[in-house]
Design a protein around this ligand. Sequence first.
Ligand code: NDP
Length: 283
Amino acid sequence: MARLIDGKQVSADLKMRVKEEVAALKEKGVEPALAVIIVGSDPASRVYVNNKKKACELCGIRSVEYALEESTCEEELLALIDKLNEDETINGILCQLPVPKHINDKTVIERIDPKKDVDCFSNVNVGKMWVGDYAFKPCTPAGVMELLKAYDIDVSGKNCVIIGRSNIVGKPMAALLLEKNATVTICHSKTQNLAQICSKADIIVAAVGRAKFVTADMVKDGAVVIDVGINRSEEGKLCGDVDFENVKEKASFITPVPGGCGPMTIAVLMQNTLCAAKLQNNL
Ligand code: NDP
């Protein structure tokens, strides 16, 4: 029976550390600030933005929200980003994705000054991460690394299998695991013999976006199973990519959904905003 990895607790501890550092920065006259842009009224995006604002409040980070109409054109959004790039009182900028279809998300991401790109999505920051010369960490994968560290799970030399190759989760997850000397395999929708590959893994990171995708027969006895997925089950309940009830009987450690990776993403965002404020003030 697996030990549960408590993302709520680990994220609370991380936010507490950020809060202490923010308080110390304020003593030096620096108040970290995060600008959050939301375009349109997607309900899920609204929940994420509200959670980010709450985390900022908890950490003592000033948050400024820009809620733009669904009909906002790309030029208008880019002009706002230009203004925030210039604003010395703003340290981090994020634009909640997805943006409406008439706006190119890549153009938006690339317009954010890399020094303020606290999501770590820009080409410059992704490149820096791959060569190990980075300040900002990609929030969700870095959150996974924090969870592993909190439970003393050493990845060095381990056979790690990531399911999913998105720019937000799968690929940067591979970079961070590789940096810590894991042997990494990335699987995707064209992977052959996926179940067989997974069944040899010491650590599985699932980032697919499909409920109950990882079943017990794909998991080696004693493997560590990290579930990044956020899905709705047929009954409408929030669930991950892993068949939790059955996989927990075989794994040594497992993350629940909710309460596993999800809370970590926002905690790392707070850490990145603090880091941006320090860098921009040469501290
Ligand atoms: P994407 O849809 O961008 O990527 C999904 C990946 O899964 C793709 O690489 C795709 O392969 C792969 N995939 C899909 N079907 C299969 C299959 N049958 N076999 C093998 N691989 C498959 O999703 P994201 O990476 O953005 O997100 C993944 C999940 O994580 C989602 O549930 C999302 O909600 C959640 N998430 C959670 C976060 C958190 O804070 N905890 C943050 C971000 C995401 P291919 O590339 O070939 O299409």
